[in-house]
Write a protein that binds this ligand. Structure first.
Ligand code: IVH
Length: 663
């Protein structure tokens, strides 16, 4: 073959391969099969081997890596590679918004997922990738050109023959990370702690052939001198990057106009975070209009026009100081880990439940141990594990107590739990009072657990009905620590308001054994009034959906105790509502009686709105897909729930189906 013919064929093959990569990585719409791709690739490889002088510097065959280096060259950044200041909570988002609004009147922000990898800079000349660099100290990084060329989502040639610098995140997907660690485990190599470390370790390989095998990815998010390309906003930068051939987060990047909208975006992202194929550790906020950015400017270190909000840490270490046993309202004894205060998932935490003796023995927790804490479901703190390598030699193994820590009565063990059998144990009464006032039950605001305990000890709260007598002890309340005229009147108002609660709150607050919030709601809907429930026979109760013999017996036991009837009569005298105020659930909709799971991003409605809608139409929403799920509603970028739904043959609705069915 003549040289110019070979050259033409090489050009043609590279064009085909680049087009296929663009369609696959950027547009998510492949147009050729893997086999066709491989055929083009192999033909190119053959021609390049035969005519090495015709090999192009943007050839996709470079993606396998090249000669190993002895060290990385330095790479100077023409424009410093800055990063943003970090913030950690909603108040700081509000302050950021306020700060910006002092300079520009109606700012628009881009809200972009914060990719958890390492930032990289890519230089293109005439549309060809000529240099890849790490951030380094911001002024000078390392030249990682050979390595970035192996990253398949980085175009070696742009769709336009321009000179440009592009910045973005080099990261490792969860899938590649797991595969890499699996392989390392098999080979007995040390594992990477997280995808970020794995990405950093892979990009700094002197042998780019190793990098090539690590399955790295790149997400573009920034052009240092956008005005050179006629760009006026950050959103336009992102669009332009995509047009050039970069993968951007176009489905998840959002715009917002104020702190509330930003927070909503963060919440929505938080909900789908686990389902994303890569790790994100927060969101990056940028003022959209470049003229506004200019007005807002920089501090000596960082841009003022943007900020990085970081999700709360998932797991933190602390020291276990004490194992404290508490007595619940049913007499159940719970060991609690009391540790040095630590910030977990946005709040300061000092204790975590350790459930029962078996749990403590299994984890082998000992006072003085270094333990790691996380929030289960991002809400309830839990002890993940003990760091045994940090354990002191003189630590004493956990031992379960034998008697009640409050009334000294000998404990009895039932299944996995220990109980204080003394029904007059003060701890049980206090817990019952706390539960009655809690959010799930009568929702009385302004009464902390300790105040309830004090009022019990002073004799003002002997039983549940005494909450409604507190207005006659206004002076005593005023004397309590932290209380003043305003807080006492707020408290009394909240107590008064609680009288109007729907029946399910009262049923829940009574503290009937085995009757929690959900069961209380079912009972309220079924029986409508407390009197009806009190009069229901055992057989009748058992016939109610989800109520078995154990719950039915607990209910009968509760209402056959004179002391309880006494309390209920007093509550009636105080005019506490005893009727169910929940409206009948709809039964004539496509949602009635069905269980729904949502996955992915919905465009026309938030998740909370979607849940409300489903419930208002008689459906139930849950978080995980199982055989009991009737319908899975799938938005953009759905996660594993979608796969599970397909596997289990569960009905799938698109957002459009959902909207149409709910009209
Ligand atoms: S913009 C001037 N956008 O988070 C700052 N950064 O401080 C330009 N990151 O170190 C960076 N996702 O490595 C930007 N969508 C995104 C990002 C992002 C992740 C990283 C980046 C930087 C830090 C922000």
């Amino acid at each position: 073959m003549q040289d110019d013919k070979v050259k033409a064929r090489i050009d043609e093959l590279i064009n085909k391969i680049n087009k296929a990569s663009y369609e696959y990585y950027v547009l998510d719409m492949p147009t050729i099969t893997d086999q066709e791709y491989d055929d083009f690739y192999n033909e190119l490889l053959k021609l390049e081997n035969k005519y090495p002088e015709l090999k192009r510097e943007d050839s996709p065959t470079l993606r396998v890596g090249g000669e190993a280096l002895s060290k990385f060259e330095k790479a100077v950044h023409k424009t410093p590679m800055l990063s943003f200041d970090d913030i950690f909570n909603e108040d700081e988002i509000v302050s950021f918004d306020e700060r910006i609004k002092k300079v520009v009147s109606n700012p628009v922000y881009t809200v972009e997922p914060k990719m958890d990898g390492l930032s990289g800079s890519l230089l293109y000349k005439d549309g060809i990738l000529v240099r890849g660099a790490t951030r380094g100290n911001g002024t000078e990084g390392e030249d990682i050109t050979l390595n970035v060329k192996t990253i398949k989502s980085i175009p070696l040639k742009l769709n336009e023959p321009i000179d440009i610098e592009v910045r973005g995140e080099i990261y490792m997907s969860k899938k590649s990370f797991e595969a890499l660690n699996r392989e390392r485990e098999e080979k007995g190599l040390p594992l990477f702690a997280n995808p970020r470390n794995a990405a950093a370790g892979s990009v700094r390989q002197l042998d780019s052939k190793v990098t090539a095998k690590r399955g790295l990815d790149f997400m573009a998010y920034f052009i240092p001198n956008p005005e050179d390309y006629g760009i006026k906003t950050q959103a336009e930068s992102l669009d332009y990057l995509r047009k050039l051939g970069f993968v951007t987060n176009h489905k998840l990047n959002k715009v917002a106009h104020n702190a509330t909208e930003i927070i909503t975006c963060i919440e929505e992202l938080g909900e789908i975070r686990e389902e994303l194929p890569y790790e994100i550790d927060g969101v990056v906020l940028k003022v959209n209009d470049l003229k506004d950015e200019e007005k807002i400017g920089y501090t000596s270190r960082v841009p003022r026009w943007g900020i990085a909000y970081k999700f709360p840490a998932k797991e933190v270490l602390t020291t276990l100081r004490e194992i404290k046993f508490t007595v619940g309202r049913t007499g159940k004894i719970t060991p609690n880990a009391i540790f040095d205060p630590v910030h977990v998932a946005g709040s300061l935490v000092t204790k975590a439940t350790m459930h029962n003796e078996d749990y403590c023995l299994e984890k082998d927790v000992r006072v003085g141990d270094t333990i790691s804490i996380r929030k289960a479901g991002d809400v309830i703190p839990e002890v993940v594990e003990v760091k045994f390598d940090r354990r002191k030699d003189d630590s004493i193994p956990f031992e379960m107590i034998k008697t009640c820590p409050i009334c000294n009565t000998e404990l009895v063990k039932k299944d996995a739990h220990h109980f204080c059998p003394n029904i007059h144990c003060p701890a049980r009464k206090i817990e019952g009072l706390i539960y009655f006032a809690s959010k799930d039950a009568m929702d009385i605001e302004g009464l902390g657990d300790e105040i309830i305990e004090d009022l019990f000890n002073m004799g003002y709260l002997k039983d549940l009905s005494d909450f409604y007598k507190l207005d006659t002890h206004k002076d005593t309340l005023m004397e309590l620590e932290g209380f003043g005229e305003k807080s006492v009147s707020n408290l009394l108002e909240s107590i008064e308001n609680s009288k109007k609660n729907s029946l399910e709150r009262l049923i829940c607050g009574l503290g009937i054994k085995n009757v929690g919030k959900r069961t209380a709601k079912m009972l309220a809907i079924r029986y409508k009034t407390l009197d009806n429930l009190m009069n229901a026979s055992f057989e009748e109760l058992v016939s109610v959906k989800d109520i078995g013999e154990i719950i039915a017996k607990s209910i009968k036991d509760y209402f056959s105790d004179e002391a309880n009837i006494d309390i209920i009569n007093k509550l009636k005298e105080y005019n506490v509502n005893m009727e169910c105020l929940i409206k009948e659930a709809k039964t004539d909709t496509a949602f009635a009686g069905k269980t729904f799971v949502l996955t992915g991003t919905l465009n026309s409605i938030t998740r909370d709105e979607a849940r409300d809608k489903i419930e208002s139409l008689g459906g139930i929403t849950t978080n995980s897909v199982s055989k009991k799920t009737d319908v899975v509603i799938v938005g953009d970028s759905p996660g594993s729930k979608y796969d599970k739904a397909k596997e289990l043959n569960i009905t799938i609705w698109s957002e459009e189906d959902f909207i149409n069915n709910s009209k």
